[in-house]
Design a protein around this ligand. Structure first.
Ligand SMILES: Nc1ncnc2c1ncn2[C@@H]1O[C@H](COP(=O)(O)OP(=O)(O)O)[C@@H](O)[C@H]1O
Ligand SMILES: [Mg+2]
Length: 131
């Protein structure tokens, strides 16, 4: 299974979700492969820190991959090795986003809202109540 966590907007919780899901799946006894397809490499920073703290799960492997032509190929290769694959893509609309979505079985879209989103939504809805 290939699970891609995507939202073309940054800061919505993609990396947080990918860390929780991949870590939990590995702790539960699954072989898990995590692809960090974001040039900001927040996932790889978490990998380094977890390894330094010696809390990295044995069944979890992670790699950075920023080449759109390689992202889905790497995901498929690891899938065929029997792993659950998670892909953390960049919060931008670019080729790495499309590469992450291309062969995904499941796409999770975290939607962390900000106060601005809520205000924008209220402004849009208000005329309906008036009419
Ligand atoms: N469910 C949540 N509730 C509150 N804060 C969250 C939640 N998920 C993520 N965050 C925080 O939001 C910020 C952005 O999260 P991150 O996972 O890095 O987003 P992304 O990968 O989409 O850019 C981080 O500071 C993170 O701790
Ligand atoms: Mg991120």
């Amino acid at each position: 299974m290939i699970v891609t966590i995507a939202n073309p907007k940054g800061g919505t919780g993609k990396t947080t979700l990918v860390r929780a899901l991949s870590g939990t799946a590995a702790h539960a006894g699954n072989n898990v492969f995590l692809i960090d397809a974001d040039s900001r490499a927040n996932t790889m920073r978490w990998v380094t820190m977890s390894k330094q703290m010696e809390i990295w799960p044995e069944l979890l492997e992670a790699e950075s991959c920023l080449d759109p032509n390689q992202i889905y190929k790497l995901a498929l290769r690891k899938l065929h090795e029997g792993k659950i694959v998670f892909v953390d893509v960049e919060g931008t609309t670019n080729e790495t986003l499309f590469a992450g979505l291309y062969r995904a079985d499941i796409v999770l879209i975290p939607l962390q809202t900000t106060q601005d989103d809520v205000v924008a939504d209220a402004a849009r809805v208000e005329p309906c109540f008036g009419g």
